[in-house]
Design a protein around this ligand. Structure first.
Ligand code: ATP
Length: 229
């Protein structure tokens, strides 16, 4: 579904990615792991066209997208939940969801509220009146309203209370069961292992390891060398 081949991405003159390659198949949930500043967010932003890669290839269903603007990448079927959520603070929950709604029948307001019942009761509240957990649910709901086939999720549960984290992980399991492909960044390896099919580990802008969660768990040296845990 998604093929990322040897991409290199810069912020001005400063190179952040030095040849990242990864792929995501239909219905797969894949995690991108790595310490702070190793290039996870930049990889997601490069796929989405927000910080375009200047070398390498990115293909979605075989179509080259590396140089496409992000609105077009979204239209092709890639949705993104950015780090820090970035919901619209002065729009209501309902307005936030409608603002990004794309053409398609799968995701309606009702379907998002079924996935996140907490949002239903908060429908008329403004973005800045929501808790961090509600904001993250809204950010995921907003991305779903674009009817993605692939969801990119940066820092899925960062800064959230344990109960809310569990809700987010449960929602990802539901989305996986429904056939959505997901690329997720998070620090909670055990929760990732429960929902993911494969892991990629990124270090200084390069993929240094890939395998199944079971292979990862069976190899403690990877945790120590690349995640510092
Ligand atoms: P974190 O978990 O801290 O978000 P990350 O793995 O997502 O880390 P990136 O945010 O992709 O890492 O950062 C990769 C590199 O690019 C780092 O060296 C970082 O300092 C640099 N970088 C990130 N954003 C910018 C920016 N806006 N301008 C310049 N350099 C940046």
């Amino acid at each position: 579904m998604l093929e990322v081949e040897n991409i290199e991405t810069y912020y001005g003159k400063s190179q952040a990615l030095f040849g990242v390659s990864l792929d995501i198949r239909e219905r797969e949930v894949v995690a991108l792991l790595g310490r702070n500043g190793m290039g996870k967010t930049t990889t997601i932003r490069s796929i989405m066209g927000l910080t375009p890669a200047c070398r390498g290839d990115i293909r979605f269903h075989g179509r080259p997208i590396r140089t496409q603007p992000s609105y077009r990448v979204a239209r092709y079927g890639i949705g993104m939940v950015p780090e820090g959520r970035q919901i619209f603070p002065t729009l209501s929950v309902r307005e936030n969801l409608i603002a990004t709604a794309g053409n398609g029948s799968r995701w309606t307001l009702g379907a998002v509220y079924d996935l996140f019942p907490d949002l239903r009761g908060r429908e008329q509240h403004y973005g800045n009146q929501l808790s961090g957990g509600e904001q993250q649910m809204l950010a995921i709901g907003r991305a779903l309203m674009t009817h993605p086939q692939l969801l990119l999720l940066d820092e899925a549960t960062e800064g959230l209370a344990p109960k809310v984290r569990r809700q987010i992980w449960r929602s990802l399991a539901v989305l996986k069961q429904q056939g959505l492909s997901i690329l997720v960044v998070d620090k909670n390896v055990d929760a990732l292992a429960r929902v993911c099919d494969r892991f990629y580990v990124i270090e200084k802008g390069r993929v240094v390891w890939q395998g199944t969660p079971a292979q990862f768990q069976a190899n403690p040296a990877i945790r120590v060398d690349y995640l510092g845990i």
